[in-house]
Design a protein around this ligand. Structure first.
Ligand code: GAL
Length: 342
């Protein structure tokens, strides 16, 4: 069997499996029951998560489902309580954006005891037999960020890496993707990582501290900051601004947040990654409804979460820089042109 056929066979097997092993809601009467989805979110702090919530709720509503949303403010204990509350409210399916992918395995186990299937949204839940993962391909994101950085560096290649939250499996996948591109260059001494660290909870202020530490150690000899998302890019750029380096060195990002798009237009950030969130939210809402109704779900990919190969729907992302701001985020209506170019 060649690799492609094997993949199709695996995904067919997985989709059948998901249909067969559906927890709860599989009888025909459930279609007539009020369908309620529990959406447990880590945070609503970054602008993107508010959009995720709004798109998800709208799509679910259009499909005839009601959504109960909880946000845990980056607190694992609180997120566990949120999940318990959603289960007590009788949701048919749980969709979770985990603050900590490892801590939320308890939530999956609890849901399964009550025959409620669980979808990990955007961030993977590790070490448990999760039902489904719906996300943008996190390894690919890291690869794309690193490749962009390498392509836009001059002869000097001394870089600072700011990873996302250590508690978020996405941050690790992104690092893995970046490593694919960077490791051969590091090995051949064409590139040097002068400083790197994890930004707790993806906080901009942590990223600023990391950048300050790098500058203290290495002075102004830094050529780039490989920042994992726009929040951390923002923190790094604040530190660079104080040193008169902003706009002079390459800074990456992710999320296509409005402030980041403005920085790209102005030149202090070079790129971001645009994730069409409406597509992610709509896909997750559709699959949540299917799972709740016991219908088969087709997942073309899978990602190992340390315990099982989780069936995964992984969407592609778009690189955005000053050359295509208008033809991507603006054209899609993700941001208004007057806001990006004030
Ligand atoms: C990650 C996500 C990023 C970013 C970050 C901060 O898990 O993949 O897009 O939003 O969280 O919340």
């Amino acid at each position: 069997m060649n690799a492609r056929i094997a993949l199709v066979a695996v995904s067919l097997a997985l989709s059948v499996l998901i249909g067969l092993t559906l927890r709860g809601g599989g009888d025909t009467k459930s279609a007539e029951k009020r369908l309620v989805i529990g959406f447990s979110m880590d945070t609503l702090k970054e602008a993107r998560w508010q959009r995720d919530r709004d798109y998800f709720v709208a799509k679910a509503k259009a499909l005839g489902a009601e959504v109960l949303v909880q946000s845990a403010n980056s607190d694992d204990t609180r997120q566990m309580q949120d999940v318990q509350a959603l289960l007590s409210a009788g949701v048919s399916v749980l969709v979770i954006v985990p603050h900590n992918g490892d801590a939320m395995k308890k939530a999956v186990e609890l849901a399964h005891e009550q025959h409620v299937p669980v979808i990990a949204y955007d961030r993977l839940i590790t070490g448990t037999d999760l039902d489904l993962y719906v996300s943008f391909d996190p390894v690919r994101i890291g690869e794309v960020q690193a490749q962009y950085l390498v392509d836009h560096l001059g002869a000097q290649k001394r870089i600072v890496r700011i990873h996302g939250a250590n508690t978020d499996q996405n941050a690790h996948f992104m690092k893995q993707g970046q490593d694919k591109v960077l490791q051969p260059l590091i090995a051949s001494k064409a590139l040097m990582i002068v400083h790197e660290d994890w930004a707790e909870n993806w906080k901009p202020e942590q990223a600023k501290k990391i950048t300050n530490a790098a500058i203290t150690k290495h002075g102004k000899t830094i050529d780039a900051v490989l920042a994992a998302n726009d929040g951390t890019a923002g923190g790094a750029i604040q530190a660079l601004t104080e040193e008169g380096l902003a706009g002079k060195i390459v800074v990456t990002g992710q999320d296509a947040e409005l402030v980041a798009c403005q920085r790209i237009a102005q030149g202090s950030q070079l790129m971001t990654i645009y994730k069409p969130l409406e597509k992610l939210a709509a896909t997750a809402a559709e699959l949540a409804v299917k799972l709740a109704l016991g219908r088969p779900v087709v997942a073309k990919g899978s990602l190992n979460n340390g315990k099982v190969d989780v069936p995964a729907v992984l969407l592609d992302v778009v690189v955005v820089d000053k050359d295509n701001l208008k033809s991507t985020v603006v054209k899609d209506g993700f941001h208004a042109e007057k806001d990006v170019f004030p």
